[in-house]
Design a protein around this ligand. Sequence first.
Ligand code: R5P
Length: 310
Amino acid sequence: MKLFAGNSNRALAEQITRYLEIPLGRANVRRFADQEIFVEILENVRGEDCFVLQSTSYPANDHLMELLIMIDALKRASARRITAVLPYFGYARQDRKPGPRTPISAKLVANMITTAGADRVLTLDLHAAQIQGFFDIPTDNLFAVPVLARDVKESYDLDHTVVVSPDVGGVVRARALAKRIEARLAIVDKRRERPGESEVMNVIGDVTGANCILVDDIVDSGGTLCNAADALLDIGAASVTAYITHGVLSGGAVARVTASRLKELVITDSIQPTSAVETAHNIRVLSVAELVGEAINRTALEKSVSSLFD
Ligand code: R5P
């Protein structure tokens, strides 16, 4: 097995190689003067089981293109099997037509990864599980919930804890955490009036005096999260902490979170944390290196990946 990495999250790739006790595959991924991407695999991969780790995080299109070109380079170098490892699969929120004459970009990106030559995909907390079906190659969707649940148990007093989904679409994800930590569940009924804006309308469930744990797949602008936190605190929650797998945190999101009433935002390193994230007083990062590393290991050994979540 060989693991290569693009430039999106080398820190995670290096942690995974330490877990797997293998060196990181040597590859040159650089830019020509006009910003075209050039890739050179610097070691023999003929007949090898190759994994390419790349999150399509900011700058999303550059990182996606790096992934596609790395897959192409490995394919042309006669790798036996190529698995695209996307701890964060960007474009996943564009998984349906929100209106007439709009694209389904998640499907287009899935097609591009397949056409580039990937034989398998390994990803984490897909925005919607059915996006697996956008790929016509085997796709494993890992869940960060064991990592999150362990941290919740270690960090918080679970008496009076309620797990909260910040919108109706996230109930399955929130329920999975609530089940693991044996907590009650509540739902914020969010209405989005205009794209890019979020508005909290109603909380379904009793959160009075409760320590709320908001669970979501993505924190991007931080709007959904901070509005949900305000709604919960306004109706009498004792505290609000958030556990969110993918810290996209674009624009002024970090400032928004640090200025919010959130006790803490816990994210994972599926996206490489910026220095602003690392120094924020109420943001903490958990690593998914062991989880992703073990899934890679099991894929290479043709062992069950789903049993990681039993
Ligand atoms: C939406 O369905 C997602 O699960 C997230 O709630 C959303 O992408 C978060 O975005 P933002 O932080 O910009 O509100």
